[in-house]
Design a protein around this ligand. Structure first.
Ligand code: CMC
Length: 428
């Protein structure tokens, strides 16, 4: 419902009157859906000021450093809920009762195994394939294994897809890792919780027993929680756009995985570790900070800055605490982590980073924690993808449940040639 109206004048002449719509929090939006009839499109290639949809899942106030899922602040969720509870909240809209939680946990636990034929699928990849490349392919291929529940107009079938994805992503992710290591796949264990089970599938081998450390499982769970959803980021918007055509959910999530892979998005945690390796020693931190500040040098400090958070990233605040806890508890002695801590200090104190509001983001700390836990760098973005799957599928489900849902179809500002005369090839 329109609460007030904006009028658009061009050269003093009003061309359109546009309703202003209010959400429950955050910026109001100017509804430009009818603007095309006036002969104008809006132009916002990076979506800097465009609300692409209506959503009740996640609220972010970047200026104030607020992040809430279904109205619950992220720091409470990170500290007082576990990842599966957050999954329930994202998918169902509110915190579960104990009975609802138990039922949800039971469903997820009992869907962790994947079709045995999926193991064969992995064999087609080169041994040195990047785990994200495998994830893109395998997640897309899930539609060929689980085609019985693909009526996307049925909310119950959509929810079954969501459960399958949340349950199976850790299994597939760990399989990608095991394949790249040349080790046998490890089946999930139903007596372990979500994070413990992931670590078990990653690190246990048939030759000896693997005991999951509670500290590491807790840190892992927190990483999952802090990556679970983040409003209309690039990968979530990709999932929505893919899903808006009616594509099957596994294909849509595979599209999300692809979008997340880039270093400006989920690939930042891997890029951050690669950067720390390149810096190599605390004595070289200043040199790299200088490079990051040089306008003529394309180098950026990976793991710093955020499109939305311009004061601090509330996920980074919780992740920072966990990071320091894990480093202390593990007593890790890794020069790379010293470089990371030195970089954090310099960047937090340097006027360039302060003025441009470039703070360490969630991926800076998650990368360090994952490194300390012993997760290889190539798996960092995979872990982000498995954590974000619940967010992606919640948005996909929300979009399909909204009346009047339309295929996403942006327009453009055309800058190419026009009305050229075409000469047949034989005359050219
Ligand atoms: N190091 C050095 N300078 C930077 C950095 C950085 N990491 N990030 C931004 N700047 C500068 C940039 O050069 C620009 O300067 P100027 O105004 O003088 O031209 C200014 O800050 C604004 O940058 P921008 O590129 O216009 O900002 P953006 O909102 O489009 O980009 C970002 C946000 C996250 C892509 C960017 O900060 C970046 O590339 N960071 C490094 C990659 C990274 O850590 N990404 C993970 C984001 S968090 C996880 C996720 O959501 O996936």
């Amino acid at each position: 419902m329109a609460d007030s109206k904006a009028s658009l004048s061009i050269d003093g002449k009003e061309v359109a009157e546009l309703p202003i719509l209010k959400g429950s929090a955050g910026n109001d939006v100017i509804d430009i859906r009818t603007l095309g009839a006036s002969g104008y499109f809006t132009y916002d290639p990076g979506f800097l000021a465009t609300a692409s949809c209506e959503s009740a899942i996640t609220f972010i106030d970047g200026g104030k450093g607020v992040l809430q899922h279904r109205g619950y602040p992220i720091d409470s969720l990170a500290k007082e809920a576990n990842y599966l509870e957050v999954c329930y909240i994202l998918l169902n809209g509110t915190a579960p009762t104990k009975a609802e939680y138990d039922e949800f946990e039971n469903i997820i636990t009992n869907h962790t195994m994947v079709h045995e034929k999926m193991a064969n699928f992995f064999q087609g990849f080169r041994a040195d394939a990047h785990p994200m490349a495998m994830l893109c392919g395998i997640v897309g291929a899930m539609s060929s294994f689980y085609h019985d529940d693909l009526d996307i107009t049925d909310p119950a079938q959509r929810m079954r897809c969501a459960h399958r994805l949340v349950a199976k992503m850790p299994t597939i992710s760990a399989m990608a890792y095991k394949y790249s290591m040349g080790q046998p796949f490890v089946y999930p264990r139903n007596d372990l919780n979500y994070a413990e089970n992931f670590l078990h599938m990653m690190f246990s081998v048939p030759a000896e027993e693997y005991n999951v450390s509670p500290t590491l499982a807790k840190a892992m769970d927190r990483i999952f929680t802090l990556h679970a959803d983040h409003e209309q980021n690039a990968s979530t918007s990709t999932v929505r756009l893919a899903g808006s055509s009616g594509a099957n959910p596994y294909a849509c999530i595979a599209a999300g995985v692809a979008s997340l892979w880039g270093p400006a998005h989920g690939g930042a945690n891997e890029a951050c570790l690669t950067m720390l390796e390149e810096i190599g020693d605390v004595s070289r931190v200043d040199e790299f900070v200088k490079k990051a500040k040089d306008k003529n040098d394309p180098f950026r400090l990976m793991g710093f800055g955020h499109r939305v958070y311009k004061n601090f990233d509330p996920r980074a605040t919780v992740m920072r605490e966990t990071c320091h806890e894990v480093l202390e508890e593990l007593g890790v002695n890794d020069p790379l982590l010293d470089v990371a801590m030195a970089l954090e200090k310099v960047a937090l104190e340097d006027p360039y980073f302060i003025e441009k509001k470039l703070y360490p983001n969630v991926d800076f700390y998650s990368g360090i924690i994952l490194k300390a836990i012993g997760i290889p760098t190539s798996m960092f973005t995979v872990i982000f993808a498995m954590s974000r799957t619940v967010g992606w599928i919640s948005h996909w489900d929300e979009m399909l449940s909204q009346p009047g849902q339309k295929i996403g179809r942006p327009r453009q500002k055309y800058t190419g040639e026009i009305n050229r005369e075409f000469t047949p090839l034989k005359n050219r």
